[in-house]
Ligand binder design. Structure first.
Ligand SMILES: [Zn+2]
Length: 81
C-alpha cells in the first residue's frame, strides 16, 4: 500500500454563496423576514455585469451572516463552532 503522506493533495471546498440553491435562499429569507440579494428573481439569478455580480455576492454574504442558516452551518455535534 502506498503511503498516503506521499500522495499529491488538493483542497476542495465550496462557497455557500455560490452553491446554495435559490430555493434555500428564499426559504431562509422568508423565515427570517430578510431580503434577498437584488439579483435574485423568481427564476434565479440575474447579473447586470461583473460588478453587479460582486454586489450580489456581497449582499448574499451579508445575508448569510444575518440569517439563522449560518448558525446551522456553524453547528457541530458538539455545539456551535
Ligand atoms: Zn474558496
Amino acid at each position: 500500500m502506498r503511503d498516503l503522506r506521499s500522495l499529491p493533495k488538493v483542497e476542495l471546498h465550496l462557497h455557500v454563496e455560490g452553491s446554495a440553491r435559490p430555493a434555500t435562499l428564499r426559504e431562509f429569507a422568508d423565515r427570517d423576514g430578510a431580503s434577498l440579494p437584488h439579483g435574485m428573481g423568481s427564476d434565479g439569478w440575474t447579473f447586470g455585469g461583473p460588478l453587479d455580480f460582486i454586489d450580489n455576492y456581497l449582499e448574499e454574504r451579508a445575508a448569510w451572516v444575518s440569517w439563522r442558516g449560518i448558525r446551522i452551518l456553524n453547528t457541530t455535534e458538539e455545539g456551535t463552532a
